[in-house]
Design a protein around this ligand. Structure first.
Ligand code: GLU
Length: 457
């Protein structure tokens, strides 16, 4: 069977690095197994879900290097969920409940004071037809709960019923179905909660592996029971740990914290985001992995730790730098051209400056320095100015080759007696206006004789 995974966000905001972690776990798993990746939008909440968010999520995923084989919208599949509801009702495992939230709250409190677990006591199963008629006349509409298979013959006598699965990430997992309430699948107004549509989709779309955050572990017990009630085999599950901020708070889609869009606009490379999103909170070293194929090699869901992983945005900058320092020109050619770096010097220029770029946009600054000279004119002492004039007068004639810097500075050293920092620093300042930067041996050929002489103080 073809491995089939899905990434299933609700399109109610932009995705953040934590969502990207889920998407990437699925994508890399699919890559490793030559499987299919389905992009599913959980948009049953038609008020909060927006097409513009779905489009933006796709844009972010493509930017990261994740490409879906199919795109599905739950909002287009209500007939399938309605059919599943009919099937569950016919099987007697979906029952109408009329409690208000306040009534449920009160019942939970009563159960707690009696030392019982605060789960739903299935009181609705005991309603008489007269009581139901009365509720309906009062204008109450039912919500619908799935009857969990946690009893032998009397649902009012639930028994410990273990559901087991071998989690891709966490290993052997167990949920006791007597410890959870019968889940509400359909609300009073007829709208669906996430639980049932997700199972129906996973069945219809042939999903073989459900990889998602560990906030869904409890849902899994319930959902496995629904798979069985719908006559299907449950997929394999994997629950990865969640990312938190350095202070331990959860990331929220709505707050825009660490959104992929924000990181992109901040100049972070997609593979820096992907490397950190995948490797953090695992037993692997966090390092910049240059390609998705290499990241897929490194990816092992079972190496993921069970506790939450603290995510430090500063780490992204470190990875970004490291990626850029080794990035081949071919990979940045188009983006450099957009920054205006496009003449015949572009390739050697990139080679010269990439080690000095924290972000690709830093190359634009160096390009200005190469083309136009220092951004700010440096101040020199009379002594240094004298030295520099003498040095510039010794600049060899063209044609220049790769040894030009060595030849020139050897001549300057001999003529002036200066060496080390007192020789190189004034030259660096005169040529670039900055006290640190790319190797001057690499920059000088880019400036050319004319461009260099123009910087003579
Ligand atoms: N829409 C759900 C979420 O974003 C999907 C969970 C799942 O993958 O089953 O949490």
């Amino acid at each position: 069977m073809t491995v089939t995974v899905r990434f299933a966000p609700s399109p109610t905001g932009r995705i953040h690095i934590g969502n990207a972690r889920t998407a990437l776990f699925n994508w890399l798993f699919a890559q490793k197994h030559r499987g299919r990746f389905i992009q599913r939008f959980d948009d049953t909440d038609v008020v909060r879900s927006k097409q513009e968010f779905a489009d933006a999520i796709l844009y972010d995923l493509h930017w990261l290097g994740i490409f879906q084989d199919a795109t599905e919208y739950q909002s287009k599949r209500f007939d399938r969920y309605d059919a599943a509801v009919e099937r569950l009702k016919a099987a007697g495992v979906l029952y109408a409940c009329y409690e208000t939230p306040e009534e449920l709250d009160l019942r939970r409190k009563v159960r707690r004071t009696r030392g019982l677990p605060p789960v739903y006591g299935r009181e609705a199963l005991a309603l008489t037809p007269e009581q139901i008629a009365e509720y309906e006349t009062d204008g109450r509409r039912p919500h619908w709960r799935f009857l969990l298979p946690n009893f032998t013959s009397d649902p009012l006598q639930p028994e410990r019923t273990e559901i087991h699965w071998n989690d891709l990430v966490r290993g052997e997992e167990t949920v006791d179905l007597a410890s959870v309430s019968d889940p509400v699948l359909v609300r009073e107004d007829g709208t669906y909660l996430y639980t049932l549509p997700s199972v129906v989709d996973d069945i219809d779309m042939g999903v073989t592996h459900v990889i998602r955050g560990d906030d869904h572990v409890t849902n899994t017990g319930v959902q496995i029971a629904i798979f069985h009630a719908l006559g299907a085999q449950a997929p394999v599950f994997g629950h990865h740990n969640l990312l938190t901020t350095t202070s331990g708070e959860g990331l929220s889609k709505r707050s825009g914290a660490l959104s992929i869009e924000g990181l992109r606009e901040g100049g972070i490379e997609p593979m820096a985001v992907a490397s950190l999103a995948v490797l953090i909170g695992t037993s692997e070293n966090v390092e910049a992995v240059p390609t998705m194929a290499e990241l897929a090699e490194r990816f092992d869901p079972a190496a993921t730790s069970k506790s939450a992983a603290k995510f430090d945005p500063d780490e992204l900058l470190v990875l970004n730098r490291s990626l850029l320092h080794h990035m081949p020109f071919e990979q940045v050619r188009d983006r450099l051209a957009i920054l205006g770096v496009s003449d015949s010097r572009a390739a050697p220029f990139w080679q010269a400056v990439r080690g000095n770029c924290d972000k690709l946009s830093d190359a634009a600054l160096w390009w200005r320095i190469v083309k136009e000279g220092p951004l700010e004119q440096p101040e020199f002492s009379d002594e240094d100015r004298e030295f520099l004039r003498q040095a510039f007068d010794l600049l060899p004639e063209e044609p220049w080759d790769a040894t030009i810097w060595k030849d020139w500075t050897a001549a300057v050293k001999e003529a002036t007696g200066r060496k080390g920092k007192s020789l190189f620093m004034p030259l660096r300042l005169a040529l670039t206006g900055l006290s640190s930067g790319p190797e001057l041996a690499d920059l000088l050929p880019l400036l050319g004789r004319e461009g260099t002489l123009a910087r003579r103080p």
